[in-house]
Design a protein around this ligand. Structure first.
Ligand code: HEM
Length: 140
């Protein structure tokens, strides 16, 4: 069980690395005007999303579900139910970042850099704080 939890935490960390870095790339991509930079951002975004973020998300969730369903940890616990709700928000945010990547790929981005500066923090940062507090402190 501890090996599964160790890998769960490792993949959560690599997932969040992408959740914080991809919107940062969008900040600079939305301000770029020369085609060399624009093509470089498209390549970086694609590699980050498909090469790191999505595999990390899948492995983090699979390890988490193994702990939850396989070992029955937190099965009837309020903290776990609240955590799962927040994880759904995170998965929806991940999918939305993917949709924005495809918009950028087709040069049809509709947002300015200020929007992406907010997206860089929300909802990833508050969800990270809340989920880690829920799973470590188990307040209810
Ligand atoms: C469907 C997704 C997820 C499920 C089913 C899940 C489930 C679990 C379970 C059952 C544990 C063991 C808790 C314990 O031993 O007390 C755990 C540990 C942990 N989870 Fe998740 N988790 C998921 C996603 C996440 C996410 C997205 C984060 C980060 C934001 C996260 C952060 C952690 C941390 C830090 C621990 C270690 C807690 C400790 O050892 O005290 N998990 N998870």
């Amino acid at each position: 069980m501890l090996w599964v939890k160790a890998f769960h935490i490792i993949f959560v960390v690599t997932w969040f690395a992408g959740l914080f870095y991809l919107p940062r790339l969008y900040v600079y991509h939305s301000m770029a005007t020369d085609s060399i930079s624009i093509e470089r951002f498209k390549l970086m975004e694609r590699k980050l999303f498909y090469g790191i973020m999505t595999p990390s998300a899948v492995l983090a969730v699979l390890c988490g579900l193994t702990l939850f369903i396989g070992y029955g940890i937190g099965m009837k616990a309020g903290w776990m139910h609240a955590k799962l709700l927040l994880v759904l928000v995170l998965i929806a945010h991940h999918v939305y970042l993917g949709k924005l990547m495809i918009d950028f790929k087709h040069d049809r981005n509709g947002h300015g850099h200020k929007f992406y500066r907010w997206l860089n923090e929300i909802p990833a940062a508050p969800v990270l704080f809340l989920v880690v507090i829920l799973v470590v402190v188990k307040p209810f």
